[in-house]
Ligand binder design. Structure first.
Ligand code: PEP
Ligand code: MG
Length: 610
């Protein structure tokens, strides 16, 4: 992060944040274009910092002890409920010991007795007493070398936080859905569960300390049309609620304490961009056919929530190329029932009929954590028990989702997409479960989409290597470049420190894509792309040249991508692709493609970078 500021910073005593000179500029990673100017709401103060503190009268002590006891019992009840939901077919066999441990920790000597002592002897209210114990625990253990002990201390802290939230009467999630209008949301990290709660009418922009371009929170910000900058490292501590800031999601700049002239300049840019995007909308209604008429690319939208359909349709999507269904599971403590899922899938299918809707089966894991599943933490979640691996292990959960999807498929043009396939056995196992579900639905006399198409996300390099084998098993491929790049280039897509290496145009990535297209063409399997790469205008000519049949993207990108495809010829794309494949580095290819686009579409190039 670059910080431009004079050394005359002062610290305001009440909140610890600093007062910066006017127009202090922070540089992060712009992950969702557009400009937001508004008042900061910092959502990351720890629960312990918002605890009310009160000295009890001697008469109040008994009631306070009872209040604490009730909160502990309620926490125990909720942990038992979670346990009853998932123990039956948990992937790690009986891992209920983790929940049992948390239940036992509720009565941990340090935590439980320590809090009671604070109430009884210190005459502190329960929240205060508990938060003091929690602070002591984290201070005492944070410098311990032994990782195992540090992790156990974290468990105690986690359990304490659960009780604290119950005492405070706040939900376990941050209250992001209740932000006031015109807010600029500032958080340390925005989990996909947090992002799913955002109401786009009240959040003007998002700024976070950590996170990369293809993190799911970044993807959500783009879907919701909310400008966002991540990787600002310390913005949470630098600003306070009520400060005015500017977030420029295109350049990755955040301006603290802007003066009138700066505000004026940014408001002008905001107007320019608004008019530009408005003028592009007409292209959304047209097909993406190359200028010579020889190739038509289907342009679809990626969505996370049913609510995003209106934006997708307004921007001219020709169906949904990726419905990330796991968002139905995030930010809640229970699991969505078959009925709830069925209604969501049916709504999306019905709204798009007769266009296709590609429903991806659960891709939980990585940065998408469903607290209802209470899965144990993993050292390397991106390579852990996620997506199809988790579903094949949690067969009950998977079957419920498949029932809901197949039932909904009766109401539209449904395609089933399975994430993170890395070997053929996973396809066989998945198909066996689908067959089982179909047989059950059939014997119950329930209507379902018998001929639902079956496809896989090609996002693990191993799947690319055996694409010829996999092609014989599926109706379609969809290339998930977000993960494919992460795994092929060994770059954690969530880590802002290695983001500079995350290169869509790395020659290795282009060769992997070509391999998938070739396998698809050889076996008559259509090849789509639904990773973020598909929606970046700079990549469009090479993706057309490579022979991709379908591009699925953030809805906002659709009009510009259609405009570009309609203005270029297929022969030009083939020639450009041929030349790019002679080049040796991502930078060389990027410069070449950028120059090509710039020369042909200077206005669009300039404005799409804003
Ligand atoms: C991908 O990996 O490219 C993809 C589309 O899926 P997700 O971003 O949800 O992992
Ligand atoms: Mg993926």
């Amino acid at each position: 992060m670059v910080q431009t500021m004079s050394d005359k910073q002062t610290v305001t005593p009440e909140n610890g944040s600093q007062e910066f000179p006017q127009n202090t500029i922070l540089k992060g990673v712009g992950v969702s274009v557009g400009i937001g100017i508004g008042q900061v709401v910092v959502m990351d103060r720890l629960v312990t910092e918002i605890c009310p503190c009160r000295i009890l009268t001697p008469e109040e002590i008994g009631d306070e002890l009872a209040r604490f006891e009730n909160a502990v019992q309620e926490a125990e009840k909720r942990l038992n409920t979670i346990k009853s939901h998932i123990v039956a077919d948990h992937p790690l066999g009986d891992h209920s010991y983790i929940l049992d441990t948390h239940i036992l920790l509720l009565r941990d000597k340090m935590l439980y007795e320590g809090t009671r002592r604070g109430i009884e002897q210190g005459r502190q209210n329960a929240e205060w007493a508990l938060s003091e114990v929690m602070s002591r625990i984290s201070t005492a253990f944070e410098s311990v070398d032994d990782e195992y002990i540090r992790e156990r201390a974290k468990d105690v802290y986690f359990v304490g936080e659960r009780v604290l939230r119950l005492l405070l009467g706040v939900s376990t999630e941050k209250k992001i859905h209740q932000l006031p209008g015109n807010s600029i949301l500032v958080v340390h990290d925005l989990s996909p569960a947090d992002a799913a709660q955002i109401k786009r009418e009240s959040v003007l922009a998002i700024a976070t300390d950590i996170g990369g371009r293809t993190s799911h929170s970044a993807i959500m910000s783009r879907s919701l049309k909310i400008p966002a900058v991540t990787g600002l490292e310390k913005i949470c501590r630098m600003v306070k609620t009520g400060d005015t800031i500017i977030v420029d999601g295109s350049t990755g700049l955040v301006i603290l304490n802007p003066d009138a002239e700066m505000m004026f300049r940014y408001r002008q840019r905001q107007d320019l961009l608004r008019n530009y995007h408005q003028s592009l909308l007409a292209y959304g209604r047209l097909p993406a056919v190359t200028r010579d008429g020889s190739r038509t690319i289907k342009i679809l939208a990626n969505i996370e929530l049913v609510d995003e359909i209106d934006i997708a349709l307004a921007h001219g999507c020709e169906g949904i190329g990726l419905f990330r269904t796991e968002y139905l599971f995030l930010g809640r403590e229970d699991l969505p029932s078959e009925e709830e899922q069925f209604e969501a899938y049916r709504a999306v299918l019905a709204l798009n009929k007769p266009s296709p809707v590609t429903i991806r089966t659960l891709d939980i894991g990585g940065d998408k954590i469903a607290s209802s599943l209470n899965l144990p933490p993993e050292t390397n979640p991106a390579m852990g028990l996620r997506a199809i691996r988790l579903c094949l292990n949690l067969k009950g959960l998977f079957k419920t989702q498949l029932r809901a999807i197949l039932r909904a498929a009766h109401y539209g043009n449904c395609r089933l997409l399975v994430p993170m396939i890395s070997c053929i056995t996973e396809i066989h196992s998945t198909k066996a479960i689908i067959a089982e579900v179909k047989a059950e639905l059939g014997s119950e006399g329930v209507q379902f989409g018998e001929d639902t198409k079956f496809g896989i996300l090609v996002e693990v390099p191993a799947a690319v290597a055996i694409a010829d084998l996999l092609a014989r098993e599926v109706d379609f491929f969809s290339i998930g470049t977000n993960d494919l790049i992460q795994y092929a280039l060994a770059i954690d897509r969530l880590n802002e420190h290695v983001n500079y290496l995350y290169d869509t145009l790395h020659p290795a990535v282009l060769r992997l894509i070509r391999q998938v297209v070739n396998a698809g063409q050889a076996y008559g399997v259509s090849v789509a792309m639904c990773g973020e790469m598909a929606g970046d205008p700079v990549n469009v000519p090479i993706l057309v040249g490579l022979g991709i049949d379908e591009l699925s993207m953030n809805a906002l990108s659709i009009p510009l991508v259609k405009k570009l495809i309609r203005s270029i010829s297929y022969d030009d794309c083939l020639e450009l692709t041929h030349q790019a494949f002679q080049m040796q580095s991502a930078q060389e290819i990027h410069d070449f493609l950028e120059k090509w686009i710039f020369e042909k579409f200077p206005g669009d190039y300039f404005l799409s970078q804003q």
